[in-house]
Design a binder for this molecule. Structure first.
Ligand code: MGD
Ligand code: MGD
Ligand code: MO
Length: 684
């Protein structure tokens, strides 16, 4: 049991556990033992006292009447959602005895852990759970739903998740928010961009949707989905053609610039305009602005990499700062992800050595529907925690049919009876992060933070760490790894001489300071973790892996002939599907809508506010039409992963494909095509 603060009233330092780059430092106000208010910590150099609406309203989620209080077992048919209360002992007994049975009959690989970062705490998201499933010998899960395509692409160019310090972006003179809805998803980047703007910087947003972020830009550039690599190559074409490149930087810190110069000749602005929908004059203007303004900063978002060609797209965009030598300037360069600076000892935390069979099968989480339905060696049991695949995973209809399999023993551990939990045989109640001890490392800023438990566990809920300890004990696992306390796990994770940047970050120093910055050095001069040690404009490693070695535009995979590319992006007031079941948050977000261009709406006889059907061969859903000029013709955009609502089909992921992106086994949520009609009768 982790001990929590017994002080009933007061203000406690805390961390936001949500899967968000900002990873805010919080001050939690407690009254009579309950959290009554959450605000941003004014002392944290990035948070600076500002937090989003979602987390300011978090107390209403923590004490939502629907919050799970005790374990339950299914009594009705699968998916019906009928459960009765049981005790923890029965729950743990049932799970372990079913698993022992399954292991004897079918082997441990017929059990699959299925998790993501509903809580970013390292011990709870990827600590004791990993140890447990390694020891069990369960199938491994390829956790690729979020940023893996882009990370793979960025890594080919830059060697790892290393960009610039976001705190330096206040010095930028040109800021390109590229495929990131930062107003909603990275608000502190926007605050810094606005500071830079006060000092004369211009903000450019490149997106398929003029959302809140596009609206605050000095220049919004709409683009056809999945064509950003072509735009980046068009910029490179102009930079080389007009001698706007930094030859000295290219010579010293990159390889392949001569090959790149010849290669981008084919991407002239007229050709690129034809691919991207960005007028050639704008491509010239953008390239010249980028070539002539220093320091220039590109914040690379997640949108462009959720595509068939997402890896190559990010690989291509990440070549740009090198062309004009931006990396040498404070506030120049790019950020795709920065988790490299806070790398910790995953070996000690996750203990992969406990997995005996080294060639244990691995299942890509993006293909969970197909995996549940089609694997020759079936998944007989799945244990879901920190994620809600019935809503967030692609090919949603397949996922739900898979979850409904009578012969699948499904356990779900969550704070709520999520859409996924509705299909469970056993439901376990989870503590919120405010009830746990954990450490947090951001994938955008450079701070590591500690969470000390602020409140007592809600009802009978338990943390992921605690549940896996109980499961280990009942499975008879003797390894001391399963008896470690949270403090010991933190010490093990932070003991990592391989990353000198975190040398001064220890369990002790974190307890004292709450957050500590990685002692990162600037990337240049220095050796990058690429094979050559330089920025790889030409990548031999890509060639060896079967990709074009130079940045290249690759069109989408062919699918159906439906007229629209469908981009079901996140919204402002939810965090993926989290908050979609909390009244306060849904009230702020109102209702799910699909943005469609006026021209397309006219052809389809759709008016603003109409309830429209969206469909393809994978599924259908219905959303309210928002008609206007916020998206280009041929593209439709929805926002948010909405909870199931009786009488409405709002499952946007029933339409998304579960094929994998070009790199990293990533998800391609935004590369599917759909048709739209005003009434359901028009579908046939
Ligand atoms: N409020 C809120 N914040 C969040 C989340 C949330 O759900 N809600 N989710 C969190 C998580 S897990 C993540 S990964 C991040 C994601 O946050 P972001 O990095 O912002 O990524 P997305 O919101 O997926 O997409 C960003 C933008 O890409 C656009 N887009 C889609 N396809 C393309 C394309 O081909 N080209 C270009 N240029 N733009 C394109 C979309 O319209 C969208 O505006 O946010 C985190 N923060
Ligand atoms: N159409 C479409 N689909 C998408 C995306 C998109 O942009 N469009 N974005 C994708 C991306 S980038 C991501 S990252 C995924 C994210 O998808 P998920 O990882 O599924 O994220 P959430 O929907 O927030 O669900 C997290 C769940 O974890 C639970 N949880 C929180 N803390 C704990 C804990 O400590 N223990 C346990 N056991 N449970 C906990 C929450 O209650 C919640 O139900 O969605 C992907 N799906
Ligand atoms: Mo994500």
């Amino acid at each position: 049991m982790s001990s929590y603060s017994k002080t009933l009233n007061g203000v406690f330092p805390s961390v936001c556990s949500l899967d968000c780059p900002d990873q805010c430092s919080l001050l939690v106000h407690k009254k009579e033992g309950k959290i009554v208010k959450i605000e941003g910590d004014p002392n944290h150099p990035v948070t600076q006292g500002n937090i989003c609406n979602k987390v300011r309203s978090m107390p209403s989620r923590l004490y939502d009447e629907k919050r799970l209080e005790y374990p339950m077992k299914r009594v009705g048919t699968k998916g019906e959602g009928a459960f009765v209360r049981i005790g923890w002992e029965e729950a743990i007994d049932t799970i372990t005895s079913r698993w022992k049975d399954i292991i004897v009959k079918y082997g441990p690989e017929s059990i699959l852990p299925y998790s993501f970062y509903g809580n970013m705490g390292r011990l709870n998201a990827e600590g004791m759970d990993r140890r447990f499933f390694h020891k069990l010998g369960a199938s491994r899960l390829d956790r690729t739903i979020c940023q893996s395509a882009g990370t793979a692409g960025y890594t080919y160019t830059m060697g790892g998740s290393f960009g610039i310090d976001p705190e330096d972006t206040i010095y930028s003179k040109l800021i390109i928010l590229w495929g990131i809805n930062a107003v909603s998803t990275n608000m502190h980047q926007v605050i810094m961009a606005q500071k830079a703007r006060k000092n004369g910087a211009k903000i450019i947003v490149i997106d398929v949707h003029k959302n809140q972020t596009g609206k605050m830009a000095d220049w919004f550039i709409p683009i056809t989905p999945g064509t950003d690599a072509a735009l980046a190559l068009g910029i490179m074409h102009v930079l080389f053609a007009e001698n706007l490149v930094d030859e000295a930087f290219l010579q010293k810190y990159t390889i392949g610039h001569q090959e790149l110069r010849a290669h981008v000749e084919q991407y002239d602005p007229i050709t690129v305009a034809g691919i991207t929908g960005v007028p050639s004059d704008d491509i010239y203007k953008l390239a010249r602005m980028y070539g002539k303004t220093s320091p220039a900063f590109i914040r690379i978002g997640n949108g462009p990499q959720h595509h068939d060609n997402g890896g190559m797209c990010i690989r291509t965009i990440s070549c740009l700062p090198a062309l004009t030598g931006q990396w040498l300037l404070k506030g120049g360069g790019a950020i795709k992800g920065n988790s490299g600076y806070l790398a910790f000892n995953t070996g000690a935390l996750q203990r992969p050595d406990l997995l005996e069979k080294k060639n244990t099968r691995s299942i890509n989480m993006n293909r969970i529907g197909s995996a549940l339905l089609e694997l020759e060696e079936p998944i007989r049991s799945m244990y879901v925690y920190g994620t809600n695949p019935a809503v967030v995973a692609p090919e949603g209809n397949k996922v739900r049919i898979g979850l409904q399999r009578e012969d699948l023993f499904l356990v779900v551990h969550d704070l709520f009876l999520t859409e996924t939990a509705q299909y469970a045989d056993i439901v376990l109640p989870a503590t919120s992060s405010f009830e746990n001890k954990d450490i947090y490392s951001s994938y955008w800023h450079h701070y590591m933070q500690i969470q000390q438990p602020v409140i007592e566990p809600y009802g009978e809920s338990k943390s992921n760490v605690e549940v896996f300890r109980l499961l280990a004990e009942k499975m008879g696992f003797q390894d001391p790894a399963f008896m470690e306390t949270e403090d010991e796990m933190i010490e093990a994770a932070l003991d990592f001489p391989a990353n000198p940047f975190i040398k001064e970050i220890t369990a002790e120093s974190l307890k004292k300071s709450q957050f500590i910055k990685a002692k990162a050095e600037s990337l240049f001069p220095g050796r990058l973790p690429t094979p050559s040690g330089k920025i790889e404009l030409y990548s031999q490693r890509m060639k060896d892996d079967g990709y074009p070695p130079l940045p290249t535009y690759i069109p989408f995979k062919e699918e159906n002939n439906f007229p629209f590319i469908f981009v079901p992006a996140p919204n402002h007031n939810f965090l993926n599907s989290t908050f979609s079941n909390n009244k306060k948050h849904t009230a702020m977000e109102k209702e799910p809508r699909v943005h469609i261009n006026t021209r397309d709406a006219k052809i389809k006889a759709i008016e603003d506010g109409d309830l429209v059907h969206i469909w393809n061969e994978r599924g259908e859903c219905e959303l309210k039409a928002a008609v206007g000029e916020l998206v280009l013709p041929g593209t439709v955009v929805s926002q948010g992963l909405w909870a199931d609502t009786p009488g409405r089909n709002q499952l946007v992921n029933s339409l998304t494909p579960d094929r994998l992106s070009d790199m990293g086994g990533g998800a391609v949520f935004f590369s599917g095509r759909v048709n739209i009609s005003k009434s359901k009768a028009d579908i046939d």
